[in-house]
Design a binder for this molecule. Structure first.
Ligand SMILES: Cc1cc2nc3c(=O)[nH]c(=O)nc-3n(C[C@H](O)[C@H](O)[C@H](O)COP(=O)(O)OP(=O)(O)OC[C@H]3O[C@@H](n4cnc5c(N)ncnc54)[C@H](O)[C@@H]3O)c2cc1C
Length: 410
């Protein structure tokens, strides 16, 4: 690897690869557990080339799969803890949330059934009631809206920056503009090759956590776990738009009056109250485009922007349905839509967290905590309350993989 003979080799308890949401959270909880942590990021914390940047992400309980619905209360609790401990305001905003759909739409019925089973509260709005309480929305005839008070907005970039800063405060070493070239087992530990501002460097550690987001596929390939264990991850380009709200309608789109919303039928549309930009709302549509290279250039899909504008024109009362700006982001889709969070099947000292399939941000904190739990326990120990069998990396060989039936990721 071009390392000079006798060059100083650093040692850590754990090396975390990637300081997006998942890696920053893992570093934070590992440092909290008293581990000596190195957090390595190829760009800088808060950069906008991956998946965890921007002003807003949805957090909610309403999922068809109980695995996620039961994880959500843990996520809310950990986000609130982080907010209190860091003193950073508006990491989490409690706006409530609305899911729009025809009354017999399977994802809607599935979400209601799961919320009923778990005793999580919600209210189903018929159109007239919705128009009275939330006149800023106009739904297609006959549609209903599932309202959850326990839903809100996470200020994504601010959350990641806070997690990384809190990790450093607790003793983690953060190395930015440093690309991990290879992670390899080295006896019971790991050897990590890094290319950074100081040149090439080799680090030894007891454990490695690979949280490389859209770049994770390369690590899965090089660690030999793509064939058989996990079919390839698919990275897709997503985009979102900002639109102006008429001055007179701004009170209705304020965070204390306007829940976040998801139109469930595919392709799903979603959006937020005024939050990160004064006088503007973020509105988006999922783009199911081709697989892309995360290092490639990405251009704006004008047709998809036009569709969001048409949808906003029909649905949002008081929003000027014209995109004033767009932003880009990447999804990393797993073959069944569920997360991959597990130990490497052959090298349990290497932990993997990938394939968050457009729905991972709310679970950044539970994933970070789970990774710290897995890193601190033995290979067969899955006793963490945050562990779910659907995260297993060997589910594709054991035939346990069940595609997600919840249509809207987020
Ligand atoms: C438009 C959009 C909307 C979304 N909305 C929601 C939502 O409303 N609710 C929700 O819960 N989720 C949502 N998500 C999904 C969520 O944001 C992601 O699941 C989550 O951010 C993934 O985080 P990550 O840490 O896995 O990836 P990333 O944030 O991309 O982090 C991976 C990091 O690893 C670094 N890295 C990669 N390779 C290397 C290397 N070799 N060396 C060093 N560093 C490396 C990268 O630079 C990057 O910083 C949305 C995603 C998008 C794109």
């Amino acid at each position: 690897m071009g390392l000079g003979a006798g060059k100083f080799v650093e040692r850590f308890d754990v090396v975390v690869i990637g300081a997006g949401g998942m890696g920053s959270a893992a570093a934070y909880y590992l440092a909290q557990d008293g581990r000596q942590v190195l957090l390595v990021e190829q760009f800088t914390v808060g950069h906008n080339r991956g998946s965890s940047h921007g002003g807003s992400r949805i957090i909610r309980h309403s999922y068809v799969e109980p695995e996620y619905a039961t994880l959500a209360p843990h996520a809310f609790a950990l986000w609130r803890q982080l907010q209190a401990e860091s003193g950073v305001h508006r990491l989490l905003g409690d706006t409530g949330g609305l899911d729009f759909a025809p009354p017999d739409y399977p994802t809607l019925l599935g979400r209601m059934a799961t919320l009923d089973n778990l005793g999580l509260p919600y209210r189903l709005y018929a159109q007239d009631d919705l128009a009275r309480d939330y006149p800023q929305f106009r739904l297609p005839s006959g549609w209903v809206a599932l309202h959850q008070a326990d839903a809100g907005i996470l200020s994504a970039t601010r959350c990641v920056e806070t997690l990384a800063a809190q990790a450093v405060k607790r003793g983690a070493v953060l190395r930015e503009k440093s690309r991990v070239l290879a992670v390899q087992p080295d006896g019971a530990g790991v050897r990590v090759e890094i290319d950074g501002p100081a040149g090439r460097q080799r680090v030894l550690a007891d454990r490695a956590v690979v949280a490389a987001g859209p770049w994770a596929g390369r690590f899965l390939d090089s660690l030999g776990i793509t064939a058989g264990y996990a079919a390839p991850l698919r990275v897709t380009h997503q985009q979102l738009t900002y639109m102006e709200v008429f001055e007179s309608a701004r009170p209705l789109f304020a965070a204390d009056r306007c829940p976040l919303y998801i139109g469930l039928p595919m392709p799903y549309f979603y959006g937020f109250s005024i939050w990160e930009r004064p006088g503007q709302v973020k509105v988006a549509r999922e783009v199911d485009g081709p697989a892309i290279d995360p290092d490639g250039e990405r251009s704006v899909d004008a047709n998809a922007v036009a569709e969001v504008e048409a949808w906003a024109d029909e649905t949002l009362v008081g929003v000027i349905p014209k995109a004033v700006s767009t932003e880009k982001c990447l999804y990393t889709l797993s073959p069944d839509g569920h997360f991959l969070i597990d130990r490497h099947p052959a090298h349990p000292q290497i932990l993997l967290a990938a394939g968050f399939s457009g729905r991972g941000f709310k679970f950044v904190v539970t994933t970070g905590r789970l990774l710290a739990d897995l890193a601190g326990s033995g290979p067969g120990d899955y006793s963490s309350p945050l562990w779910r069998e659907i995260f297993r990396i060997d589910r594709f060989v054991t035939g346990q993989a069940q595609p997600s039936v919840d249509t809207a990721n987020l």
